[in-house]
Write a protein that binds this ligand. Structure first.
Ligand code: GUN
Length: 294
């Protein structure tokens, strides 16, 4: 048996279309144009690609997009001053500072300076704490995308055994909280976990978010498991170019899993779509409007 491929491209496109419909509605009914500000410090090529894609997709959804590019040697004070300005700007409802920041800048201080109501990355301690407490919060985009992809296979995650491999602030930790909110039973694994294959073998839902090429092997999986691969690893090819691989050995996993996300074309597609969702939600909340339908 071959696993079903979970098509992140199609699911993300559907989500973006739903966001665009809601953006058109709030514009028509409330004269509100949700706005997203993205701050890029330095010129990391991968970050530049992400930021470009955020800009294009934000505009395509009918929202306002504000790009701020700062040199890698910008001072901490100047970066904080920009964040403060965006916090005050009524046209801006979402603020995203692209990570990682160049060396010398204090990421924690920058994240803490973002108005939690505009924190569409869900990284501010206020939002992270609310999510962990089971309260309503802006949640990080990649974990939100993982949940949507899982629900394209399973209408309910209640009582399922999930394993999250990786414990980053941006993915692993918030994903655990979202899975708990879905009533899954969650194991959190990481680089120090003992017998990782044994832990993975018990899981109905496997989330690999470690950043290690093809670390999760096919024979670790429970037959029929749903596998969500968050890894985006660039590995060199013979011709000097690179190819993208996930954290899961895809070909091996195809023969064992019930459903699996490809890399590329899986989780990556969902992150920006969920950023649009968060910006729309933040804009409605700030304007005192009811929650949007997406
Ligand atoms: N860099 C890679 N992914 C992300 C993300 O989701 N948010 C931010 N701010 N930076 C990133």
């Amino acid at each position: 048996m071959t696993a079903k491929t979970i098509d992140g491209k199609v699911i993300a496109a559907e989500l973006r279309a739903r966001v665009a419909d809601e953006v058109a509605r709030v514009k028509r009914e409330h004269n509100l144009v949700p706005g997203l500000a993205v701050v890029l410090v330095g010129s990391d090529p991968a970050s530049e690609v992400y930021v470009r894609s955020k800009h294009t997709q934000t505009q395509a959804a009918g929202m306002a997009s504000f790009e701020h590019k700062l040199p890698a040697d910008v001072s901490q004070a100047d970066l904080l001053a920009l964040v403060a300005k965006l916090n005050r700007d009524p046209a801006v409802h979402g603020i995203l500072v692209q990570l990682p920041l160049p060396k010398g800048l204090d990421t924690e201080a920058v994240v803490n300076a973002i108005d939690p109501a505009k924190d569409v990355d869900g990284l501010h301690p206020n939002n992270a704490g609310r999510l962990a407490g089971g309260f309503e919060a802006l949640s990080p985009c990649t974990p939100l995308g993982c949940i949507i992809l899982t629900k394209s296979v399973h209408a309910s995650l209640e009582g399922m055994n999930a394993i999250v491999i990786g414990r980053s602030n941006l993915v692993g930790r918030p994903l655990v909280q979202l899975l708990l909110n879905e009533n899954a039973t969650v194991t959190i694994a990481h680089s120090r976990s003992r017998d990782l294959p044994g832990l993975v073998r018990r899981a109905d839902l496997v989330y690999a978010a470690v950043g290690k090429s093809e670390m999760v092997r096919g024979d670790w999986l429970k037959p029929g498991a749903t596998v969500i691969d968050v890894g985006i690893n660039r590995i060199p090819k013979d011709d000097g170019k690179t190819r993208l691989v996930g954290d899961v050995a895809y070909q091996e996993a195809l023969a064992v899993a019930g459903a699996i996300t490809p890399v590329p074309g899986g989780v990556g597609q969902m992150t920006v779509a969920c950023l649009l969702v968060n910006t729309l939600r933040a804009a409605c909340a700030i304007a005192g409007l009811p929650k949007p339908a997406v």
